[in-house]
Design a binder for this molecule. Sequence first.
Ligand code: ATP
Ligand code: MG
Length: 394
Amino acid sequence: MGRVIVLDEITANQIAAGEVVERPASVVKELVENALDAGAATVSLEIKNGGIASIRITDDGEGFYEDDVLLAFERYATSKLRSADDINKILTLGFRGEALPSVASVSRVRVTTRRRDAEFGKTVEIHGGQLVRDERVGCPAGTTIVVSELFYNVPARYKFLKKDAAEAAQISELVGRLAIGRPDVSFSLRSQNTQLLYTPGTGSLADAVFAVFGKEILDGLVPVSGGQPPYALSGYLGLPEIARGNRNLQLFYVNGRFIRNRVLHQAVEEAYQTHLLKKKHPVTILNITMDTGLLDVNAHPTKTEVRFVNEGELFRAVYHAITATLRGGGADVGGDAEAAGKSGMETAELSSVKAAGKSGTAELSGMERAAQPDAGDAGADVDAAARCGVRQDG
Ligand SMILES: Nc1ncnc2c1ncn2[C@@H]1O[C@H](COP(=O)(O)OP(=O)(O)OP(=O)(O)O)[C@@H](O)[C@H]1O
Ligand SMILES: [Mg+2]
C-alpha cells in the first residue's frame, strides 16, 4: 500500500499561504493590490493590534460580480488572465489567483461587495477556509474586506508575529510605498483611531511624497526623467543632504509595481558615487516603464521580485538618466513648475534646500516614525495632522 495522498483543499491553501501570507503586512499588500486592480480611487485601511486582530480595507473600485465572490476564494481563481501567455502582458498587480484563498485559509475573512450597477450587494464570510455565511445585502458600491484573527488556526505561524507596534510599522511602511506608486489614489491608514497615513490622491507625485515622507524629504528631491528606449524613467532623486544610512528610501516601481532589485540599487549607487560619502545612500523614487515582454513578473509568489530580460541595458538606462540629472543638464526636467525650478543638483543646492535642512523643524514622516521602535500604534496625532492633507507650501 502506498503512502502518497492528495491534500485536501484547505490544507493545500494553508501551505500555499506560507509563501504569500507571512505577516499582517503581506495581507495588506494583497488586499490593497486587489483594490488597485479593481480601479479604486480611494483605499481606506483600518488595523487593530498591528493587523493581527483585524485589518479592514474599503475600496471604491468596481466590486465583484455576485457570482464571482465565492469563486474568487477558490485556488487559481482569477479574472486577470486567461492563459499562461497572458503573464507576459500582465498590467495588473495580481494574476496568480491565490491571494484570497490563501488569506482565507489562515484567518476569518468577511467580504462585502457591490458593483455600481447591481441592485444588491453580497456578503460572504469564510473562517479558516470554511464558508460560514453567504447572503445578499444592501451595501455601498465597492468592496470592504475584513480579515480578523490572522493565523488563529496556524499556531506555528502565529508564534513568529512581532509585537503589535512592529507589525503596524511594517504595514505603515508598505502602505506608504504603495501610495507613492499611485499618487492618483487616496490612501488612508488608521490604527487604533490614530491616522498613520493619508495621501490626497491628487495625481501629483510631490503631494504623495509630502504626505508620506514629509517636507524635509520632498524639499531634498529633484525630478528626474528620461531613460533610453525601451525604458522610460521618471521620479525624483535625493540631494546629498537627505542621503541615509540605509537603502530603505530607494524605491523602484516597474510598470506601477513596487519591486526590489539589486541591479537597480547598484545603478543608483554607482551614479551617485562621486556625490556622496561612503556609507551614505541616496534617496530615490524611480518609476520605470517598459514593454511587459521585457520582464517576468512571475518570479516570486509575492511578486516583489521580478526578472529583467536585459539587466545590463536597464542598468545603463538608469545610470545615465541619473548621472545626467546630477550633472544638472542632460535629462529633460518634466513635472511641475516648482520641480522644474530645481533642474540640477547645483541649482537645488543653492535653493532653500539647505536652509530647510538646517532649520531642524521637519517632523518625522510616517515611514520614518514607523521604523522606530514603539512608534506604530503610539498616539501621534500632532504629527499625523501635520502630514495629512495636501501640501501647504505650494
Ligand atoms: N477589492 C476587489 N474588488 C473587486 N474584485 C476583487 C477584489 N479583490 C479581489 N477581487 C477579484 O477576486 C479575484 C481573486 O483575487 P486574488 O487576489 O485571490 O487573485 P488575483 O488578484 O487574481 O491574483 P493574485 O493571487 O496574484 O493576487 C481577482 O482576480 C478579482 O477578480
Ligand atoms: Mg490579488
